[in-house]
Design a protein around this ligand. Sequence first.
Ligand SMILES: NC(=O)c1ccc[n+]([C@@H]2O[C@H](COP(=O)([O-])OP(=O)(O)OC[C@H]3O[C@@H](n4cnc5c(N)ncnc54)[C@H](OP(=O)(O)O)[C@@H]3O)[C@@H](O)[C@H]2O)c1
Length: 257
Amino acid sequence: MVASKESKWAVITGASDGIGRALVHELGNQGYNVLAVGRSAAKLEALKSEYKGLGELQAHTMDFNKEGSGEDLQGLVADKAVELFIPAAGLGSSGNFVDLPLDTELEMVDVNCRAVVEQTQWFAQKFERQKRGTLILFSSLLGTAGSGTSAVYAATKNFIHAFAEGLRVELKPAGVKVLTICPGPTNSGFAQASQMTYSGADSASDVAKGIVKTIGKNGTIYPAARARFLGFTLSTVPRSIRVAILTNVMRGLQSHK
Ligand SMILES: NC(=O)c1ccc[n+]([C@@H]2O[C@H](COP(=O)([O-])OP(=O)(O)OC[C@H]3O[C@@H](n4cnc5c(N)ncnc54)[C@H](OP(=O)(O)O)[C@@H]3O)[C@@H](O)[C@H]2O)c1
């Protein structure tokens, strides 16, 4: 067990589905108390009924498609000894930018970037003061270059990638860790919500296990087998080739309507 059940809290957004939900179970099994934030009350109820972790689980609904989620989160955790902040909430889309509804693309910028920045500052300040804590930020394989058919989504993940790199440097003197997580295609609610079909993807549970193993480290993590293979392959080629490979992969994942 890596944490004492009495004191250490992990705050996870996007906890009602996919990788966030799998992380609730993994960290709960490790003895962390978990504050799980999701948008859907029904999914959070299901999470609570299936949860068998050692640590306490509290669940709250919030919609990040509007300003103020940072303050709302602070209100929930002010009295808690938080050691992990994991903003896993996110959404994607699939198709050429010119054909996609602009409101969904803008929602992606809000949820994937603005909300993460808004929420992370308070946790970063808290962790810096207590000289302890880990921020676990979600980039993606698509956070390593641009990609056709996911232009805005890839841009949001490049944003998080760079944000995490900068924070890692700033918070290092205080001993605060910043992990950049780069999942590859992962079976979760994400593909369906983004009009994509995955085959041979990593499981959300394997991705969560891979993430939990790296707590205490610093750096960029490719958390499961497919992500590691693709991440290594992409790292060996120039950026322009990376864009071509990623576009090809994303075109292959697009659902044919
Ligand atoms: N799955 C992949 O292939 C993949 C690959 C690379 C990176 N990632 C990244 O990994 C992270 C987790 O993705 P996932 O695969 O677990 O996705 P997922 O299964 O679709 O879950 C997304 C989570 O985000 C929440 N969410 C979405 N919009 C929200 C909003 N407006 N306000 C509050 N919460 C909202 C959802 O809440 P509700 O369900 O309650 O609505 C859900 O809990 C994301 O940052 C994603 O970009 C995923």
